[in-house]
Design a protein around this ligand. Structure first.
Ligand code: PLP
Length: 381
C-alpha cells in the first residue's frame, strides 16, 4: 500500500466487523476472558488493547514505517510514557534547547524530581554534542520543527551521534506529521506525536502516539498502562476518522502556509517571517532534503513592535486567538504570553521568542479569505 492508501486502510480488520465500512466503536471497558493469562494481555480499555486501539496502533506503525506503535490519551501521556520507558533514576538526557513548553516542564521539573537530569544543547550545532554527553546519558531528545521559529534541526547528526554513543534518539514529530516527515526513515529510534494536532486534525480530542521498535514501544506501553494514560475508545474512533484525511488536510495546509508566508515576507508592514519553505529560512536546505512540506505553522514579526503585534492579534476576524495547531481553523497567538510564558524574559530573548512574535497555525479556510483577513488586521486604525 502507498502512504495515501495506508491512511485509509492500514491495520483495519478484514473481514470487516459485521460488514461495517468504518471501524465500529468498541465502547466497552472490559472484555470476556479468553484464557490469556498475563495482566497486560487481558482486554481492558486502560490497557489500550480494544479493537479500536489495535487498528490505530497498526495504522500508525505502518504510516511511520516502524515495527510497532501505540496511542495514548494525550501527547504528554505519549511523551512521558516513552521517556519513562527508557529512563531510570540517575540517567541523563540531552535535549534541544527550545522544546514544547509541556515537555520542557516535564524534563526540568518532573523528571528532575525523579533524579533524571537534562542538558540542553543547540541541536543545530553537532560540535556541541560531545561536551554534553555523560556516562549516564541515555536519550537524545529533539523536535521535527521547533515552535515557534520552525527550526529544522541537524537530525542526521543527532542520529549519527546517538548511534555512536548508544543513545535512544527520540523525536517529537507533531509539527511535521507523517505526511511531511517520517523520522524513522532518517534513523530516529522513537517517534512521538501529539495526535491532538494534525493526526486528528479537528481540534476536538487530545491524543498521543509513540512509534518505534517493538521493544521501545512495549516499554512505553508498560508505563502508560500503569500511569493510566490510555485513549478512550470513542476518541480512538475519532482519531482514526481524522487520520483518513490527514494527507489532504496537510497538503492544503502546506500550500496555504507557504502562500501566506510568501505574502507576509513581501509585505511592507512585516519585519521578519519564519517558515521553513521560504528560501530565506536558515533551515531551508535541510528542509528541502528531508521534508515534503512545511506544515501549517509559521510565525512573523510585524513592523512596529509589541504594539503592532497586539493590534494585529486583536484585529483578526477569521483567525481565532487560541493555542494549539493542526486543526481546520486558523489560529494566532503571541508565544511570549502563551506557549513560552513560563520562561524568563532573558530565556525568551536567547531563543529569539520576542514579545512582538506572532505565531499562526494555518487552517483549511480559503487562502483568499485568510489573506484578506490578515490584510485588514495589518492596517493601522
Ligand atoms: N508536542 C508538541 C510539539 C505540542 O505542541 C504539544 C501541545 O501543544 C504537545 C506535544 C503536547 O500534546 P497534548 O496537548 O496532546 O498533550
Amino acid at each position: 500500500m502507498r502512504f495515501s492508501t495506508k491512511l485509509v486502510h492500514a491495520g483495519a480488520p478484514r473481514p470487516r466487523i459485521g460488514g461495517a465500512v468504518t471501524m465500529p466503536v468498541f465502547q466497552s471497558a472490559t472484555f470476556e476472558l479468553d484464557g490469556t493469562p498475563g495482566y497486560h494481555d487481558v482486554k481492558y480499555s486502560r490497557l489500550s488493547n480494544t479493537p479500536n486501539h489495535d487498528v490505530l496502533a497498526a495504522r500508525l506503525a505502518s504510516l511511520e514505517g516502524t515495527e510497532s506503535a501505540l496511542v495514548a490519551g494525550s501527547g504528554m501521556a505519549a511523551i512521558s510514557a516513552a521517556l519513562l520507558g527508557v529512563l531510570k533514576q540517575g540517567d541523563h538526557i540531552i535535549a534541544h534547547d527550545c522544546l514544547y513548553g509541556g515537555t520542557l516542564s516535564l524534563v526540568t521539573r518532573d523528571l528532575a524530581e525523579l533524579g533524571i537530569e537534562t542538558t540542553f544543547v543547540d541541536a543545530n550545532r553537532s560540535e556541541a554534542f560531545a561536551a554534553a554527553v555523560r556516562p549516564t546519558t541515555r536519550v537524545f531528545y529533539v523536535e521535527s520543527l521547533t515552535n515557534p521559529l520552525l527550526e529544522v534541526l541537524a537530525l542526521d547528526a543527532v542520529v549519527a551521534f546517538s548511534r555512536e554513543r548508544g543513545l535512544v534518539s527520540v523525536i517529537d514529530s507533531t509539527m511535521a506529521s507523517p505526511v511531511n516527515l517520517r523520522p524513522a526513515e532518517l534513523g530516529l529510534d522513537l517517534v512521538l506525536h501529539s495526535a491532538t494536532k494534525y493526526l486528528n486534525g479537528h481540534s476536538d480530542i487530545t491524543a498521543g502516539v509513540v512509534a518505534g521498535s517493538k521493544d521501545l514501544v512495549a516499554r512505553a506501553k508498560h508505563k502508560l498502562d500503569h500511569f493510566g494514560g490510555s485513549l478512550d475508545p470513542h476518541a480512538c474512533f475519532l482519531l482514526e476518522r481524522g487520520i483518513k484525511t490527514l494527507e489532504v488536510r496537510v497538503e492544503r495546509q502546506n500550500r496555504s502556509a507557504l502562500a501566506l508566508a510568501e505574502h507576509l515576507s513581501r509585505h511592507a508592514s512585516v519585519a521578519e517571517v519564519f517558515y521553513p519553505g521560504l528560501a530565506s529560512h536558515p533551515g531551508h536546505a535541510r528542509f528541502k532534503a528531508w521534508f515534503s512540506g512545511g506544515g501549517g505553522m509559521l510565525s512573523f514579526r510585524p513592523r512596529g513592535g509589541l504594539a503592532a503585534a497586539e493590534r494585529f492579534v486583536a484585529a483578526v476576524r477569521l483567525a481565532t486567538s487560541a493555542p494549539s495547531f493542526g486543526g481546520p481553523e486558523t489560529l494566532v497567538t503571541r508565544p511570549a504570553i502563551t506557549s513560552h510564558a513560563g520562561m524568563s524574559a532573558e530565556e525568551r530573548a536567547r531563543l529569539r521568542v520576542t514579545d512582538d512574535l506572532i505565531r499562526v497555525s494555518v487552517g483549511l479556510e480559503a487562502i483568499e479569505d485568510l489573506l484578506e483577513d490578515f490584510e485588514q488586521a495589518m492596517i493601522e486604525p
